[in-house]
Design a protein around this ligand. Sequence first.
Ligand SMILES: N=c1c2ncn([C@@H]3O[C@H](COP(=O)(O)OP(=O)(O)OP(=O)(O)O)[C@@H](O)[C@H]3O)c2ncn1[C@@H]1O[C@H](COP(=O)(O)O)[C@@H](O)[C@H]1O
Length: 106
Amino acid sequence: MADPILDRLEATIRARRDAPADASYTASLFARGRAKIAQKVGEEAVETVIAACSGDAASIVPEAADLLFHLAVLLADAGLSLDDVRAELERREGVSGHDEKASRTA
Ligand SMILES: N=c1c2ncn([C@@H]3O[C@H](COP(=O)(O)OP(=O)(O)OP(=O)(O)O)[C@@H](O)[C@H]3O)c2ncn1[C@@H]1O[C@H](COP(=O)(O)O)[C@@H](O)[C@H]1O
């Protein structure tokens, strides 16, 4: 497992996707649809930015957690997973290494 807490969170989110809308907050988010979920990601991103600019570094943490949670819900709603994002980051890591090597030999 790449990251137990994120993997457990993702499993819980997937379970809520098939639950009735009134079963929980996550289930109600899925019921409200992709645009609403995306809006929540935007709101949480803005709150993270505001926390980052507040001068209180510790206040970023809960906002970042809200952001990651809502982003995971958005990915699940789109039929995607954190593994898809991990794969993209790993692909970029390879590209960066290649670019870095090319720049050294140029
Ligand atoms: N990590 C989270 C998490 N982070 C944030 N939130 C919720 O996200 C909401 C964000 O608050 P806001 O004030 O922005 O939104 P709101 O006014 O409540 O709702 P909106 O009308 O704006 O959508 C709050 O209700 C938080 O409780 C989360 N809700 C759930 N989880 C995880 O998801 C699991 C399943 O949660 P339930 O679906 O509630 O069982 C939990 O065990 C947690 O692990």
